[in-house]
Design a protein around this ligand. Structure first.
Ligand code: NA7
Length: 568
């Protein structure tokens, strides 16, 4: 294996020279570091936070909790790790996830290879097969491979309201929550946003504050999480069933343990249907949408599920005016990311909670005292922005990434993100983007695509090192075909009934619209990736700096490959 760049400081400069540099120390970055070290490569991670955790390091708002079940939100690459870690609840809270990642980092001695408190500001590809990476503390690194592990939901979105800076109270974005406890006692709190995050934080803030005003622009579906402490028997069961759990989540279409029912909604009587919905509601969680085979695919079936949830909301929320605002939902169930909650709708029955319908009375400005809508001003001590993220592209475009000939990623993605498999971008050799746009990532239990991506990238790097290849780069055609394929598949799904969602980039003014994650399912995606690798990396080209294109891409075009695989 070619390995002549180990940890050496270039003699003429102060640049640390590495085989691989990884940006981000969350789930992706930690596993990528572990994997590359196993290959014997020199690799380091640069992380903006002071600790490991990535998204979970920053998202520590009240109620922050994973919506994948804990036993599936675990790495499966190490049986020993899987068997020795014990989750305490059905869904892990943010502090427990951070604890888990610290445990992983310590177990595999990863922290010594992580630079904390450093933010990558630029990454430039130089023609001599080197990426030059700079941080905000002005260090420079050079590496053959650059791997972004920056997460999909890590670039916060703070809407540009008139007078945003004028508020004299405290204001926080949920995705950049302070490490010190925020004291809500006796405070009048305003929360803008009712997505997955706002739905988690509102009940907790209402509990702790004098008054909570929830500003809702779009009503949202939510299903009870039905969280509970895990029993000793269940913990034992998890440890004893590592293989089955691993195989199930890695072969399932969404990376979760639950499977979609075989039963179709219109094959059941009304009475039977109601019973099935009721059982799924009590069981709670993301599995609700799988209680019938067709909720996620057939609009009429989906309408029945939507109707069931709306009836539940009306039953829970005592004030019919509030219930009306909360059920005025403009999208199909699960066509936006479906939140799961603990007492969200019940929160609106509390005397100290006000619901403001921004549809009828939009926010006009943020004032020194609080929030002014068309109808009135709400005086606040604390303002919480639960306003989401510049998803998938934001974390990458926050870094000034320039590829071959100085071409800027920002310019390449001017009309919307384009990748091949979500993993590579033409013009950016040896750059791998874990869970980039075009990967299934955010549509799945994230750990599953993360492990798959890291392993695929590792195999590709191993292939290159064994064959003494200097660079790998996807082709423009592969990228165009894949991006079109992602869009075509999205057009066949119910996602088109929520074109205002962040999946389409619609939450960020000026962001190009296009469905970003791959909606064809994790199992199909994995089959495509494996096929690509088995065909000597079909859709990619390899070459050496001294020899032009030693490896020629296969003649089979990627669209033929996709068509072929889609019919299997
Ligand atoms: P989301 O799902 O993007 O939700 C953001 C919320 O903020 C949503 O209710 C938005 O209303 C609202 N929002 C955004 N901009 C505005 C403005 N300008 N005015 C009023 N309201 C606004 O982000 P989350 O953090 O909740 O969830 C993101 C993911 O993180 C989630 O799927 C989990 O995987 C973790 P809108 O619906 O756009 O009308």
């Amino acid at each position: 294996m070619k390995n002549n760049r180990l940890n050496k400081i270039s003699s003429d400069t102060n640049i640390l020279s590495l085989d691989a540099l990884i940006i981000g120390a969350g789930f992706s970055g930690l596993y990528q570091l572990y994997s590359l070290k196993k290959l014997g490569l020199s690799a380091k991670v640069i992380e903006a936070g002071s600790g490991v955790g990535g998204t979970w390091y920053w998202n520590r708002y009240p109620g922050a909790r994973c919506d994948s079940e804990s036993f599936t939100y675990s790495y499966t690459f190490s049986k020993e790790l899987f068997e020795e870690w014990e989750w305490t609840e059905r869904y892990p809270g943010h502090a427990e996830v951070v604890k888990y990642l610290n445990y992983v980092a310590d177990k595999f001695s990863l922290k010594k290879d992580i630079y904390f408190d450093k933010k990558v500001i630029s990454a430039n590809y130089k023609e001599n097969n080197k990426w030059i990476v700079k941080t905000d503390s002005l260090e420079e690194f050079e590496s053959k491979y650059l791997i972004t592990a920056v997460g999909c939901l890590s670039s916060k979105n703070i809407p540009d309201f008139n007078g945003s800076d004028s508020f004299l109270g405290e204001s926080y974005h949920t995705g950049d929550w302070p490490h010190e406890e925020v004291d809500f006692s006796n405070k009048r709190v305003g929360q803008i946003g009712t997505g997955s995050t706002g739905i988690q934080s509102a009940p907790e803030i209402a509990e702790k504050s004098k008054h909570l005003t929830i500003f809702q622009r779009s009503a949202n579906f939510s299903v009870p999480a039905s969280n509970y402490p895990l029993s000793p028997e269940f913990k034992k069961h998890i440890k004893e069933n590592y293989e089955e759990i691993k195989n199930t989540i890695h072969s399932n279409t969404n990376g979760h343990f639950f499977k979609f029912s075989e039963q179709k909604i219109f094959d059941t009587s009304e009475e039977e249907r109601e019973k099935i919905f009721e059982k799924a509601w009590i069981n709670g969680g993301l599995g609700f949408r799988a209680c019938f085979n067709d909720i996620a695919f057939d609009k009429e079936a989906n309408d029945l599920a939507s109707d069931f949830i709306k009836r539940k909301i009306r039953k829970i929320v005592k004030d019919p005016k509030k219930a009306k605002i909360l059920t005025d939902i403009d999208h199909a169930f699960a066509s936006k990311r479906p939140p799961i909650d603990t007492n969200y709708f019940e929160t609106f029955n509390k005397d100290n909670v006000t619901l403001v319908d921004l549809k009828s009375s939009p926010i006009e400005s943020i004032t020194p005292k609080g929030v002014k809508t068309k109808d009135r001003e709400y005086e606040l001590d604390i303002l919480v922005y639960a306003t989401g993220f510049d998803a998938m592209t934001g974390p990458l475009l926050n870094i000034d990434i320039r590829g071959r000939g100085g071409i800027k990623l920002k310019d390449v993605w001017n009309d919307g993100p384009k990748t091949f498999l979500g993993i590579q971008i033409s013009g950016f050799p040896n750059l791998f983007t874990i869970t980039g746009p075009g990967s299934p990532s955010v549509l799945c239990n994230m750990i599953v695509p993360i492990e798959q991506h890291v392993e695929w990238i590792n195999d590709c790097i191993l292939y290159m090192e064994k064959n003494e290849i200097d660079y790998v780069e996807t082709t423009q055609g592969s990228m165009e075909n894949w991006t079109k394929h992602v869009d075509d598949v999205a057009n066949e799904t119910l996602f088109i009934h929520a074109k205002k969602s962040w999946y389409y980039g619609a939450n960020i003014p000026g962001k190009p619209r296009g469905f970003m994650p791959y909606p064809g399912g994790m199992s199909r995606y994995k089959a495509i990736c494996n096929y690509v690798a088995n065909q000597n990396y079909l859709g990619f080209k390899f070459s050496n700096s001294d020899k032009e294109e030693t490896f020629v891409p296969s003649k089979i075009s990627v669209d033929i490959l996709i068509k072929d695989l889609m019919t299997k």
